[in-house]
Design a protein around this ligand. Structure first.
Ligand code: M6P
Ligand code: ZN
Length: 194
């Protein structure tokens, strides 16, 4: 007889974005994002404090196999490195044709997307925004507000992570706060090829 996985429910705490029964909790400090911020002097100076940039609570009960989904909440704390807002590392999917859905629960920020050729797209997210990451787009989230930016993400269990491309080339654009305004500007450290 077929071995069916039993349906289940996991609660997301809507106050703080945590998933108390998460199988996987990942905390990322600035040292885990070393080299990703445009202002390397500001990054080096803040590394002495090494603040927590974000936490991910993943419901990991599903096997990482085609057909299953995984889901997680991410809480990005407010802050900046130089004038660039706190953000996630960002990744392409190891299986690049796998899509993803983001749903904003609290705060405000951007989902920054990029094709392998360097075409960039920024989606503003506020509570209630359901933003689709189509296949092949690399993605990173950025907290452009002054409170926690919290969202739920749902993705194919076999999507996997390619962090290397972003670590080597970066994103073509960055999101900064300058003079009370949030701006999408070219990334001075973006590596076009090689
Ligand atoms: C979302 C999902 C997760 C991802 C997390 C943090 O919750 O996309 O798969 O792990 O954001 O992003 P990153 O893995 O780029 O640090
Ligand atoms: Zn993803």
């Amino acid at each position: 007889m077929k071995d069916y996985l039993s349906p289940f429910t996991v609660m997301v705490n809507l106050e703080d974005g945590t998933i108390p029964k998460a199988a996987n909790v990942q905390q990322r400090r600035l040292s885990d994002l070393r080299g990703l911020f445009a202002d390397q002097l500001a990054e080096a100076s803040l590394l002495t404090k090494n603040p927590v940039i974000y936490q991910v609570y993943e419901v990991g009960t599903n096997p990482p196999e085609e057909g299953h989904l995984l889901y997680s909440t991410t809480v990005i704390y407010p802050g900046k490195v130089g004038n660039e807002y706190f953000m996630t590392k960002g990744h392409y999917h190891a299986k690049a044709d796998r899509a993803e859905l983001y749903y904003c629960l609290q705060g405000e920020g951007y989902l920054l997307l990029q094709t392998p050729e360097g075409q960039v797209n920024a989606q503003h997210m506020t509570p209630g925004a359901a933003t689709y990451v189509p296949p092949y787009w690399g993605h990173r989230t950025i907290n452009s507000g002054s409170n926690n930016f919290i969202f739920l993400a749902v993705y194919p269990a076999d999507a996997g992570y390619d962090y290397k491309t972003i670590a080597e080339k970066g994103f073509a654009s960055i999101i900064v706060g300058q003079g009370g305004e949030t701006k999408l500007i070219p990334n001075p450290r973006y590596q076009v090829e090689g």
